[in-house]
Design a protein around this ligand. Sequence first.
Ligand SMILES: Nc1ncnc2c1ncn2[C@@H]1O[C@H](COP(=O)(O)OP(=O)(O)OP(=O)(O)O)[C@@H](O)[C@H]1O
Length: 263
Amino acid sequence: MEILPGAREHLLGSNGNENGFEENPEIKIQVRGLTKVSEKGVSILNNVNVDIPKGVIMGVIGPSGSGKSTFLRSLNRLWEPSSNSVFLDGHDICDLDVLALRRKIGMLFQIPVLFEGTVADNVRYGPQLKGKKLSDNEVYKLLTLADLDSSFFNKSGGELSVGQAQRVALARTLANEPEVLLLDEPTSALDPISTQNIEDVLVKLKREQNMTIVMVSHSIKQIKRIAEIVCLLVNGEIVEILKPDQLFESKHPMAQRFLELSS
Ligand SMILES: Nc1ncnc2c1ncn2[C@@H]1O[C@H](COP(=O)(O)OP(=O)(O)OP(=O)(O)O)[C@@H](O)[C@H]1O
């Protein structure tokens, strides 16, 4: 089975080098020996090693409870990883200011939660925290980027469908000019058309802004539509890093079962 260049050493069983990471301009995020154990001593993530290349969409799939959300949340410290286990552009994220990190690495969740006020108020929120007021024109541009037309500008959250609210949440995240987007099942509550709208926006962000995107999804079909690399997480371990069209060549028994059930 062909494995992506450089991926093999980060597969299951590889030894994460505690302090070691090579500066590599092609790699946006490096994860080395990322481990999490619950307070009751249950392993949640076990020595996860992976390089996330710049400007790609990476899918993360795996059975329920395999640690996908925990993995994603560790990348912008919504769950705090150990020092020297997650690097952004070669810098240990634990050494970065957490709010600055979360601007650089934005996140969208399954269910969008909008703040009170209008769509424009929501989009302006992040820059306003830094003392910058976006002009109407800048807000319109962000709405367009998230595939929303100008009629949404003055609407309130209550007037929106879940799919529209998810695109507003995306515009609000994009207002922070992130370099990386983390998406935790962003379309699982959406109808097929809203799902396609979001997928189109993600592909455009990657293509036109070289955005790095990491997306947890339960949909193998979705991963095949938009991801270039897919990480298969089983029991807190990355057992495969593949191109999506190679998924069914996975040798891992749990992976095969998961793929059979989700096809
Ligand atoms: N703070 C925590 N304390 C204890 N256990 C936790 C904690 N966070 C997550 N877990 C457990 O860790 C495991 C992985 O959870 P996680 O939500 O990351 O999995 P997942 O693959 O995203 O699951 P799903 O697909 O169902 O969303 C689960 O067994 C969960 O119950």
